[in-house]
Write a new protein. Structure first.
Length: 318
């Protein structure tokens, strides 16, 4: 029971929701860039929401199902075909043994996700299957997938899963120019008044020098009130740091565990999927919200996931 990576694509890795609890040892969390997409398609299939998936970039892989399988795609829309027939994101699909999954072109977004009912049969490292490309562990030998890789599945499917589609109201509103909500960071008040205004009233461009560790931005330079050194402090997925040249970087899934640059803001968890789907030359703007608002939004999304999970289970009999 396996899938075969017939053609690997430019960058395909195994990711889940990351490895937590090890930052004190200098081990970064990794995990999927667009975690909302991962949770949604896993729940859709009846998996645990943290089940490992394939994170796919374009040009995308060609994947052969060597056993029957129920699967779902989410995140970026890469115009997927199963045996030459177009299939949609955000809904259940069934593959026969020998079926081939391909991707024709990138319509929207920058990362697509493939979840398979039951998940992958791989060993966990520090409680996760996520691939750490820098340290070289997790996933398959800590590397991106290659031609000829086989990934064993945990369980065999006996029959197609009933067709189910995720409601649009649950889906992230992807855009090439999103306005994302942020909360102030520990050093936000160290910005000049003009820089605070520019941060919130101008837009910034994602540069080519961006990856899973961080998205570098270019725009109106921001400045501090005083030139001083900062003690290295904890950072997180979504932390926005101010670099010495006045430009910013948004830390992403493979971020370091601490950093010494000023932390001027943090993208709220609900909007990280919008950032994750950006690519070079896309634009971004920021809107400030309170911590209470950010917590309320996070709670609402978690509540919606719970309701969705119950609804999926009830379709097959509560």
């Amino acid at each position: 029971m396996s899938i075969l990576i017939n053609k690997s694509g430019i960058l395909t890795t195994i990711q889940d929701l990351g490895r937590n609890g090890f930052r004190k040892y200098g081990i970064n969390p990794n995990g999927a860039m667009d975690r909302a997409a991962v949770c949604l398609i896993n729940i859709l299939l009846g998996n645990d929401e943290a089940e490992a998936v394939l994170e796919i970039h374009f040009p995308a892989p060609e994947i052969v199902f060597e056993t029957v399988a129920n699967f779902a795609l989410g995140g970026g829309n890469f115009a997927a075909d199963l045996d030459g027939v177009a299939i949609d994101n955000w809904r259940t699909n069934f593959a026969d043994s020998g079926s081939v999954l391909t991707f024709r072109n990138k319509i929207s977004g920058n990362r697509a996700y493939l979840s398979i009912k039951g998940g992958f049969n791989l060993p966990e490292i520090f409680g996760s299957l996520s691939t750490n490309l820098t340290a070289g562990f997790g996933g398959i030998e800590g590397r991106k997938l290659q031609n000829g890789d086989r990934i064993e599945l945990k369980s065999k499917v006996q029959s197609p899963k009933p067709k189910v589609q995720i409601a649009n109201s649950l889906l992230p509103f992807y855009s090439r120019f999103p306005t994302v909500r942020v909360v102030v960071g520990a050093e936000f008040d160290d910005l000049t008044a003009l820089s605070e205004q520019n941060f919130l009233k101008t837009d910034f461009v994602i540069t080519q020098n961006s990856d899973r560790m961080g998205f570098r931005l270019i725009g109106e330079p921001l400045h501090l009130l005083d030139s001083k050194e900062f003690v290295s402090s904890a950072v997180n997925f979504g932390t926005i740091q101010l670099l010495p040249d006045g430009q910013m970087i948004i830390l992403m899934a493979d971020h370091q565990t601490s950093g010494g640059y000023p932390r001027i803001a943090s993208v709220i968890p609900n909007d990280l999927p919008l950032v994750a789907q950006l690519s070079a030359n896309d634009k971004i703007a920021f809107h400030l919200v309170s911590i209470d608002e950010a917590e309320d939004l996070a709670f609402e999304f978690e509540r919606d996931l719970r309701f969705f999970n119950v609804g999926v289970k009830c379709r097959k009999g509560c």
